[in-house]
Ligand binder design. Sequence first.
Ligand SMILES: [Zn+2]
Length: 296
Amino acid sequence: MPQLPVTRRAGTGSQQDQNRCAMFDVGATWIRGLVARAGENELSSVGSLTLPTPNGAHALVDGLTASLARLSDSSTRPITDVRVAMPGIISSEGVVRFAGNLNIQNFDLKAALEKATGLPCVVVNDAKAQSLALLSSDRRTFLYVSMGTGIGGALVIDGSPLIGAGYAGEVGHIQVPNGHSRVACYCGRAKCLELFASGGALERVLGQNWWTTPKPEVDNALIEAGNAVGAALDIVQVTFFLSFIHIAGHLASYEIFRGAVENALRTSPLWPVPEVAWSEDSTALTYVGLSRIQLF
Ligand SMILES: [Zn+2]
């Protein structure tokens, strides 16, 4: 089964000290880039940038290549590799099978970037990259859920995010019992978790920038979103009985949402309740996770 090559421990050798990797966190709206030393838990940034996400595969390659040149100017040592995390279905060979928000389908982004930059590149799903940041010697099997414009995830088994047939961890497409949306998911179904609890779903219900103005219907929407996430995670939980689940994203900042999720995981006295941890921002997880991928 293909696996992401994860560094087992932070490198401290002289070669590792010399390495500078360029890392890009490609989101639906923005790309953030950073140059850092590879293999470290604490990232010391050498240079960084932010740019609007271009539309389409070739524009993305051009944007990342130009950004790499800018980051190279800020680094005193040569950049030795490029690491890209992005939403969507990404094969273990770095082929973007489907990234709806970026308008990319069946494009070998790794090969195109290597040709354009002349450097070894790795392209991974962002949630899988983020999950690598949570690995530790005593936490090697868990579920990670990333809640942004869409909902992604990674089921980490014994230190590696499960790839499966290429789609493992797509918790945003778990069918929520009792859920029914008038809008169909791009996967063609009407009960996908993403339709009830993602940033995109909440914007449809509450309007753009809903979090900036208090409205009475916000609490109800957050509780419904939490119930949907809890119901979806319960399906995973009774299959795997994980002891740890980590959920990241803006919704994690709302106590009412967190409470609804945790209550939904406590519906039976028979089953053990997993420890649930929360992060409001996944950007740091992306960079730490990307830096832990072993390329050489
Ligand atoms: Zn779906």
